[in-house]
Design a protein around this ligand. Structure first.
Ligand SMILES: *[C@@H]1O[C@H](CO)[C@@H](O)[C@H](O)[C@H]1NC(C)=O
Ligand SMILES: *[C@@H]1O[C@H](CO)[C@@H](O)[C@H](O)[C@H]1NC(C)=O
Ligand SMILES: *[C@@H]1O[C@H](CO)[C@@H](O)[C@H](O)[C@H]1NC(C)=O
Ligand SMILES: *[C@@H]1O[C@H](CO)[C@@H](O)[C@H](O)[C@H]1NC(C)=O
Ligand SMILES: *[C@@H]1O[C@H](CO)[C@@H](O)[C@H](O)[C@H]1NC(C)=O
Length: 485
């Protein structure tokens, strides 16, 4: 009871202090499958069914598997499907015999109490192949201190297995080609092991795959030219992959998320990517991709996040029309890409843009006037460029972003004395830019403004504006207090 009462105020408090918390990952739910992975009501089992019993061979297999993970207690349970624990799921067949359909291990979260593995001596028991109805197999942080290869016998689960998750288990050696025999698989997740060697071509046989996560391993060689017709999520980030992006990627049309970041990929970004009309998230950061700037991205109307940071594209410019189609774009990260030329005006016309990083390039010219229309922008980095001229936005935008506005180390960036940019400054913000030089264009109006109206308006608006800025936080705090009492 008490935890529920606390949740709402905590949530509110979080929203007060992190009002622009940004969504960064696409969370996919694969209908039917993940219910087995998270703590939820287990389906298909009824305690009062007459004559129900568990398949004896499967029961013995489960005992073996539990012993191999250091969970010997399970062998005292006379019927594993009846005295079930979180982490085992069974379903009856038409003769009312129960079969094991899901096994999960590892402390996924505080409220998901799958049996944990003894990390020093656990292994995957070959008895797993004696579970012919197994649809889901999930091992999380299980064999870390007893590193072992992924057993090839898992490939024998082909006729039934739909979800295979071996996350953070310390597995070594290559991804067994035998995994390609798991042709019914929808989810294959081998995240954060020490797997090396190539991505096996045999995985291309798994045509029903919806999510493939091989991230944070030591996989080498190039990405094989596989095409998965219904793949939604492809994560190969944090490996040692080389070569270019295969053009066959464009045939995986329902892709929603692609993450190839932190590899050693080269070449240009293939035009075939424009076939991926559903794409919402693409991260190709920290590779060795070369220019020109991928114009084909223009037709990706669903794209919300584009991250190309840390690819030295080779003195390329950003085409002005490249963002025209990307009306859904919320996060755009183009830092440290050796970009030259101007900041495209079209960026200011992306109504949903929340995060924009263009820092560490060689961009010159002025910040486009359209930037003042970016009403949803909460983070803007333009630092370490060669931008000049006056900043086209004022107090409101400065306060909205505060320390998430970065303008320093630009050769000629400044703010106009007749803008209200300066009103946004306080002791905690130093953008490293000064007042524009008005001596040359010093009109009568500017002089007047500077000499009498300016100090007055500054004081008045600052005093009036402070409560406005504090108001949302104060209101939030009040709500939190009321709810707590
Ligand atoms: C499983 O895969 C291996 C290698 O990919 C293959 O040699 C073997 O015949 C396959 N076994 C079955 C039962 O399909
Ligand atoms: C993979 O790593 C193992 C050590 O864990 C090493 O013996 C083997 O040579 C490596 N294979 C490749 C292809 O790098
Ligand atoms: C900003 O975001 C809100 C929702 O968060 C959306 O309704 C609005 O259209 C967006 N654009 C502008 C310019 O406010
Ligand atoms: C900006 O840089 C490009 C080359 O990178 C140059 O051709 C152009 O003249 C520069 N423009 C300004 C306004 O400095
Ligand atoms: C300023 O930015 C340039 C890149 O445009 C960078 O090379 C340089 O190191 C930066 N200077 C400082 C002092 O950070």
């Amino acid at each position: 009871m008490a935890p529920n009462i606390l949740v709402l105020p905590l949530l509110l408090a979080f929203m007060c202090f992190f009002p622009f918390a940004r969504p960064f990952t696409v969370i996919m739910s694969d209908s039917g499958v993940p219910s087995a992975l998270v703590d939820g009501p287990q389906t298909g089992f009824s305690m009062n069914k007459d004559g129900a019993r568990t398949d004896v061979h499967e029961q013995e297999a489960v005992y073996d598997i539990m012993r191999a993970t250091g969970n010997d207690w399970a062998t005292d349970i006379p019927d594993v499907c009846r005295g079930r624990w979180h982490g085992i799921e069974c379903l009856p067949d038409k003769n009312n015999i129960y079969h094991v359909v899901s096994l999960s291990f590892g402390a996924l979260s505080d409220d998901t109490a799958f049996p944990t593995c003894d990390p020093t001596k656990s292994y995957v028991s070959p008895s797993i192949t004696k579970l012919p109805h197994l649809k889901t197999l999930f091992f999380y942080r299980c064999f870390k201190y007893n590193p072992q290869p992924i057993p090839t016998f898992l490939g024998r689960l082909g006729p039934s297995l739909q979800t295979l998750v071996l996350r953070e288990n310390g597995h070594v050696g290559p991804i067994p080609t035998e995994l390609g025999n798991l042709t019914l698989l929808r989810v294959l997740d081998l995240h954060k092991n020490n797997l090396n060697g190539s991505i096996p071509f045999s995985l291309g046989k798994i045509t029903g795959l919806k999510s493939l996560d091989l991230s944070s391993n030591k996989l080498t060689n190039s990405i094989p030219g596989l095409s998965f017709p219904i793949l939604n999520i492809l994560d190969l980030s944090q490996n040692l992959l080389v070569g270019s992006i295969p053009t066959s990627l464009g045939t995986c049309q329902p892709l929603i998320k692609i993450d190839f970041s932190h590899n050693r990929l080269t070449g240009s970004i293939p035009d075939s990517i424009n076939n991926l009309k559903d794409l919402m998230f693409i991260d190709l950061s920290y590779n060795h991709f070369s220019g020109p700037f991928p114009k084909s991205l223009r037709s990706l109307t669903c794209l919300q996040t584009l991250i190309l940071k840390g690819n030295p594209m080779g003195s390329t410019t950003i085409p002005n029309d490249v963002f025209d189609g990307m009306k859904g774009l919320m996060i755009l990260i183009l830092s440290s890409m050796n970009l030259h030329g101007q900041v495209p005006e079209s960026l200011g016309k992306l109504p949903n843009l929340r995060v924009l990083h263009l820092d560490g390039n060689h961009l010159n010219g002025t910040i486009p006037l359209t930037f003042k229309d970016l009403k949803n922008l909460s983070e803007l980095r333009l630092n370490d460029n060669r931008l000049t001229g006056s900043v086209p936005f004022g107090r409101e935008m400065v306060w909205r972003m505060r320390r998430k506005l970065m303008l320093n180390n630009n050769s000629g960036l400044c703010y106009d004395s007749n803008s209200d940019f300066e009103d946004g400054l306080d002791a905690s913000t130093d953008f490293g830019i000064g007042l524009c030089d008005t001596t040359r264009s010093g009109s009568a109006r500017t002089v007047l403004h500077l000499s009498n109206s300016m100090p007055m308006t500054t004081n008045v608006s600052y005093a009036a504006a402070v409560p406005v800025r504090l108001f949302p936080s104060a209101l939030c705090m009040l709500l939190v207090l009321i709810l707590l009492l």
